[in-house]
Write a protein that binds this ligand. Structure first.
Ligand code: MN
Length: 193
């Protein structure tokens, strides 16, 4: 059994009106944990980074998305835990629903914790995560550091120096298609009409 931390996720949504998954917290110990980065054109365009920890997807809204330049510090605002099934969600959240707008699976893969002394769950509570991401667009080491602002929801997403660090690549600007369906956000929106 794993503690279900999805009540906030469920409260924000009416599952009769949104195609998003209801989902449940589920521990999958045998497999490598997953991550997903969803491009989401809601009130404001942003990227949602989600890491599988404790049977759910711990989530951050990253307004500018991930950078491959170690000099960039990208603001990452912690949001409510999402169910694992959300990693497969691509589509349009209808108008008048929470987060209304198209959602694209911009990148997806597995990760591992770089620091082995504690569990991911404990690093998350500490506010200091270092992971090696294995996606299609985003690879290598990233740090997520919680800042000391009141409320403690503000983190920074930083590329760590490794062979994948690249100050010129700018993947959020040049790679704008789904890794699952190869569609742009506009095409996802059109297909839902
Ligand atoms: Mn979002």
């Amino acid at each position: 059994m794993v503690q279900d931390t999805l009540s906030s996720y469920r409260k924000k949504r009416n599952f009769k009106k949104t195609p998003e998954p209801l989902g449940r917290a589920k521990k999958r110990t045998a497999k490598a944990p997953i991550f997903v980065i969803q491009k989401h054109d809601a009130t404001r365009l942003h990227y949602d980074l989600r890491l599988e920890i404790d049977g759910v997807l711990k989530s951050w809204a990253v307004p500018k998305g991930p950078s491959t330049n170690p000099k960039d510090k990208r603001l990452a605002i912690q949001t409510e835990d999402h169910p694992l099934a959300y990693a497969n969600f691509e589509g349009v959240i209808p108008e008048d629903n929470y987060g209304a707008g198209p959602v694209m699976i911009w990148d997806k893969g597995t990760y591992r914790s770089i620091k082995r002394e504690m569990s991911m769950s404990d690093w998350f509570k500490q506010g200091h995560i270092e992971v090696k991401l294995k996606g299609k667009k985003i690879q290598g080491d990233y740090a997520l550091i919680r800042t000391n602002f009141p409320g403690k929801k503000r983190w920074l997403l930083i590329k760590m120096k490794d062979q994948y660090a690249d100050a010129r690549r700018k993947p959020t600007r040049t790679e704008n298609r789904s890794v699952v369906t190869n569609r742009t956000l506009h095409e996802i929106e059109k297909d839902a009409q």
